[in-house]
Design a protein around this ligand. Sequence first.
Ligand code: A3P
Length: 425
Amino acid sequence: MLQYSESDSDNYRCLLLSLPLDERISSLSGYIKAKLVTFLPLTIEELSEAHKFQDIISQNDVSKELTQEAVSGLFVDFKKVLDLQFYPFEEQIDTIAKLASLLAFEMEDIWQPKTPERIESMGGEPKCWPWVLPRGLPAKKIKQSVVFLLSCPRSGSTISRLILGAHPQLFSPPELHLLPFSSMGEREAQLRDNGFESMRWGPVEALMELHGWDWDQANQFYDKQVEVDLPVSEFYGHLVDSCGDRILVDKTPSYAYHPEWLARAEDVFENAKYIFLTRHPYGMINSFVKLRIKTVTNNMFGPVDSDSWRLAEKWWYTGNANIIEFFKKIPENKRSSIRYEDVVADTENVFSNICDFLNVNFSSDILNPYDNNSDVMLHGAGDPNIGKYKKIDSSLFDSWKKTPPPQQLSEETKALAEYFQYPLP
Ligand code: A3P
């Protein structure tokens, strides 16, 4: 059996991929146990694969803190050794056997995928959404300026947000997830009922930054707005007022997944401007699968599919197509489009045009987003790997070439890629 060895960890992922599934699972079980015993006062023999991990922990009187540290350490190691992203909610996987099987399956799905069937027609595919649609119009529209950065996820939206946020006249917090909701109470209930509690973080982080509050103070304020069921438009009003002379930038990729979520921006704001960010379909699809976004979004934001590559393609197509439709109703002077590939290759040029579009002077601060954003803004909700980078890295734009999508793209996707002038190999 292939044994994990710390000294040959670089090769471990490649070796695993060469094994039949059952051998890969056995080896991964051994790897998980070997890692866990480095954190926990347990022996490999005590870590039974089939028993519930929580039962083993309580039978051996291991503290909650140590267990948490071990699981977080394990997930960090998955990223380092297996190049696999795991998410906090996956801590609920209850046995080592299940975790090893999941790892084995996910590795194959990403690096040795089977060719999925081609999507025949986007319109004919099933769809599902988590939230009830926003009801009624806000009592009055907000007059101050606001900017929406619209895109599919995995399109460079976080680095673009940080570039904008580095400008002294812009305030660009982590993902706000506000537009699809009528009121803060209704929003909170829906986040909870659908398992998206983490979508609270963006607004809380925005409050921390705007008011200089700590996490608890910002949470208390946020909870109060939930309790009084403040209309979301008034919560936006609070954010915009607290920005002072700065303009709020709301970058939340999920807005692109229902036409009515996008339309709500014009109901709430009188003077919104929109930046449409696109990325090559292969880049976005590849990144979506590699980051295992299907497990986070759980087939709940429009497109549904059991195959992660087809799902990623549906996300690329649907988000972009919805934004194009939305833009047809927006006057030309309120909308602008940029491409991720140009954002990273020609940042100064792209964003000096964006500064003109937003009527703010160009500031060279935006060229150093990692120096000109606070820790809260740098590490908030969004790309979980954003901490990996220290500068705008133009070499990443075509990193998908190493693992292009296995499927033949649908005719609709190809036509949209052509519309954006993205060449398909
Ligand atoms: P990959 O996963 O292909 O690397 P989003 O923020 O919309 O989720 O997009 C994530 C993508 O932005 C990632 O794609 C990542 O490489 C890219 N990205 C993040 N930080 C970057 C940086 N500093 N320079 C260039 N690209 C960056």
